[in-house]
Each structure stands twice: as C-alpha cells, then as structure tokens.
Write a protein that binds this ligand. Structure first.
Ligand code: GLU
Length: 389
C-alpha cells in the first residue's frame, strides 16, 4: 500500500452524518457500499479498522417522521434510538458484503474517561479486532444526558482512537481539511496540507467566521486533533462526500494531516506517571523484578505482598523485593482478586477467577519502570510464567 495511509496500522475512521444520510433522511447506500469496499481493501492490506459512525439521529428522524427543523432533546434521543438500529444494520450489510463481521459499541463519556470502563471497552474493541471484526461505534445518544455527552463524534472519535492507541484518526466530512481562513468567504484562504502542531494560530483559523458552513464543525475537529495528537495519534481531515472516499485519499486526495505531538508510548507513560494517587502497592520477588526490567508483564506468581484497596484499572506502585519502588502501572485485578491469586501460577489463577482472568496482574503495556532496574547484564533466569500473556 502506498499513499498517505501507508504507514499507519491501526486506523479509526469517523464518518459524519452528512456523508451517510441524504437531505431527505435516506441512507446513501451506494456511497456506503463504496466506502465498505475501501475499508475491506484496507483490512486486506493488514490494517485494523475501527469505525465511528454518526447518522443515527439523521436516520431516526425520518424513520419516525420527525420533520421539525430542530428537535427537542427527547425527540432527538428517540430518533437516535430508532436510527441506531438502521445504522448498525446498514453497516453490517455493507461490510458483510465483503465477509466482514461488525460489532456495535455505544459509548458515553464515562466510558472513555473512567479507567475501569475504559479498560473494558478497550478490551472489547481489541478482542473484536483480534477476531477480524470491525467495531462500529457511536455515542449512546438515547441515554446520554445534556451535561454528560460528547454531542459530536469528532471528539468522541478522538477519544476512541486514543483509547485503543490507534496510529491514525481519519475524519471524513464535507471539508477537505483546514484552511488559513474560511474558504467560502476569503478568496486568499490557503489549504494547509500539514499541521505540525496545534498552536493558537491554528485554533484561530478553525474559529473563523460564524456564517461559514463548516465552521462549528472545524472547531470540534481541531479539539479532536488536540486530543489525538497529544496522545501520539496522527489525524487526517479529508473530504468524504464523493464515492470511494478512502480510495481517493489513498490516491493522494487533498487533506490536512495533523502530526502527533508525541509517541503513544510516551503519552501512556506520562498518563500513568501523572496519576496523583497510588491506590495500592504490590511487592514482587527478584525473578519478577528482573522480568519487569526486561519489559515483561507482571504475573501473579511473582507477587509476594499487596497493600491497599484498589479497583481494576487503578494505578499501583510495584515494589522490588527490598521494598523500593521499581515501576508503576495500571492493575488488571481489583485488590480482592489480586490477594486471592498472589503467588499463583496462571493455571491456578484461571481456576480461581475464571478464564476471563488469564492475564497479567499488570500488563507490560500498562507498566512504566520508575526506580532501580534489575540487573540486565547477567542473563536472568526467567520462569516460563513471566512471559507476557
Ligand atoms: N451521534 C450522533 C448521531 O449518530 C452524531 C453526532 C455528530 O454528528 O457528531 O446521529
């Protein structure tokens, strides 16, 4: 694969309502068929694809015969409820044509912002991807309250992309990128192919004249860009209205690329280290300490002592055999379960907690080494159990 998407492996694609649904509230089925073919092509080229799809409210309002220009909150929630079924069905059929199974996930902000939910949602999405399916995600608009909702899928898709550590977020909408000024009003407006950093000047460009159509839209896209790039995920804004929008993009269609401000590993590390309250500690034996220093996961078998009350997803400190902190990480068990499996081999952990709990106490992806490292000069003897799960 060549072109602007070539270097990205895990890609989140956000589809705006105006692309999927025409002005009379009908699904743009031909367009969707073309997009599904593009997505199948990306998948065949080894890319993992997650789709954030708008369109539930737009589809639902026509299904329910809601013709008013602006809906009440209750009406739009009802529209989202009816429309989401049609939307999911449309995706299942379009991607099903290419033998691809879809999974629906509806998200509210607490899911992307609270770690316990976050870890669960992330695991579900990763499991779907591992099984070759494509997750189709939207906001759970029919239950989201006015205060607790994203309201726009630009920012939602950015949170999803960073949650699953996507390499790239593609926002497909009716604009082909960022301009120095609203192009409809300013003949001198210049298209920006690359934005290296989202500076106040860039934000000002997005916040231009209120009358311009894409204007409110551009503000949330820049917000999405900030969320994505600060977590190490690149973002592309591209026009998706024509058929085969991804194929067009791959062939070099006009777009704006927002470069990541950091690497994803650095961002995760910052996030874990930025946790103010450590919810508890686990002390580990010398073998586990060495395994951690080599970048392995922390398995229950290497844990000798646990302090504190913590929930799955909390940040804990990992102490070496001498009680010195050697790492911090997000724990995969709550403290009750952790105490149950302390010192146990993986088979015993499964027996005690069920097969859903095969994994590490702290997975290596969620671990940051902080203190004295184990001796990496001498080749350590590692138990088979210390191999990451
Ligand atoms: N979640 C809304 C829907 O599916 C769309 C939000 C947006 O357009 O950004 O209708």
């Amino acid at each position: 694969m060549t072109g602007p998407l070539a270097k990205y492996r895990r890609i989140t694609i956000k589809i705006g309502s105006a692309l999927l649904v025409d002005r009379s509230g009908r699904l743009r089925a031909d367009w969707l068929a073309g997009l599904a073919q593009d997505v199948a092509g990306l998948k065949a080229a080894g890319r993992e694809i997650v789709i954030v799809s708008s369109g539930a409210i737009a589809l639902g309002r026509s299904l329910l015969g809601l013709s008013a220009l602006s809906l009440t909150l209750e009406q739009s929630q009802a529209a989202a409820s009816a429309g989401q079924i049609a939307l999911s069905q449309a995706w299942a059929e379009a991607l099903g044509q290419h033998g691809i199974v879809t999974g629906q996930i509806l998200i509210t902000p607490n899911i992307t912002e609270e770690r316990r939910y976050y870890l669960n949602a992330r695991t579900t999405i990763q499991t779907l991807l591992g099984l070759g399916a494509i997750p189709i995600i939207n906001e759970n608009d029919s239950v989201a309250t006015a205060e607790i909702r994203y309201g726009d899928n630009d920012r939602l898709s950015a949170r999803v992309a960073t949650m699953i550590e996507a390499d790239l977020l593609v926002l497909l909408s009716d604009v082909d990128g960022l301009y120095t000024a609203p192009p409809a009003r300013d003949p001198d407006a210049r298209h920006l192919p690359v934005v290296e950093a989202i500076t106040p000047a860039i934000e000002a460009m997005a916040g231009g004249a209120a009358s311009h159509l894409s204007r409110g839209g551009m503000t949330t896209k820049i917000e999405a860009g900030k969320i994505a790039t600060q977590a190490g995920t690149a973002m592309i804004i591209a026009k998706g209205t024509e058929n085969h929008p991804l194929a067009r993009l791959i062939e070099g269609g006009q777009h704006t690329l927002f470069e990541p401000a950091t690497t994803r590993a650095q961002s995760r590390k910052r996030w874990i280290m930025g946790t103010l309250a450590i919810a508890g500690t686990v002390r580990v034996d010398a073998g586990a300490a060495r395994a951690l220093s080599l970048g392995k996961s922390l398995l229950p078998v290497g844990v000798t002592q646990i302090t504190g009350d913590f929930e799955r997803g909390d940040t804990i400190a990992v102490l070496g055999p001498d009680g010195q902190e050697i790492a911090r990480g997000l724990v995969s068990f709550d403290s009750e379960d952790a105490r149950l499996v302390i010192g146990k081999h993986s088979e015993a952990v499964i027996e005690l907690l069920g097969s859903g709990n095969r994994g590490a106490m702290v997975h290596r992806d969620n671990l940051v080494l902080t203190g004295a490292r184990g001796d990496t000069e001498t080749k350590p003897h590692l138990e088979a159990d210390h191999e990451p799960g």
